[in-house]
Design a protein around this ligand. Sequence first.
Ligand code: BEZ
Length: 253
Amino acid sequence: MTQPSQHWQPDVYQNNASFVAGYGAPLIDLLKPQAGESILDLGCGDGVLTRKIADSGCCVLGLDGSTALLEAAREKGIETVCGDGQKLDFDRQFDAVFSNAALHWMTDAAAVVKGVARALKKGGRFVAEMGGAGNIAAIQTALEQALAEYGLRPRACWYFPTAEAYRALLQQQGFAVRQIGLYERPTPLPTGVAGWLEAFGEPMLPEGVDKEMRGQIFAQAARLAEQKLPKENGQTVADYVRLRFEAQLSEAV
Ligand code: BEZ
């Protein structure tokens, strides 16, 4: 899901972040899509997981804020709509809402959960995984330090909640929380911290950072983070923390 300052480029995403969908595949087992169900993939990106859900015989709609990524999803035969997950406008339409690695881009989480609750049929499922409390702390700290060297402060652009905070949001909107929890998922970065920052770092930069300064800040942040993070088989391993949950909308709403 996009913030206005995040410019998704499918080729940059493919080069630096194609691992994202691979890690999301087990979440589809939790979703248990049934043939004939109507499912919304919230923040579908380039549609790799959306395609897998559709292959279960479901009718899936992929929603994302990036037209470039949606084009890649449509090339996989996915029906798509461009939109903001914080302003959903569906009414009792879906049997389930699925989301992988997207909800942390939606900083107005209360609006997201409210929109999802309205989009679901009574008894519908909300199954998702996102960055949770402590996610990518080493990379964020390194970027903060690099920005500080220029007298700059980062923008708050992601929401990495605790399980308690997200549970409360879900319950407020009439969900029974079947399971929710944080888990650490050390994640090897195929193109290192530099590649990660190229794909995802832009929204943390404050306004007025030009291309040259951006390159210098990212290079310094990558150096700092690489010193802190462990290596595995020659790859830097990022400190990902995931929040995974399964919730069911009350029949009474
Ligand atoms: C994540 O999947 O945890 C993530 C990806 C991009 C930016 C921030 C977090």
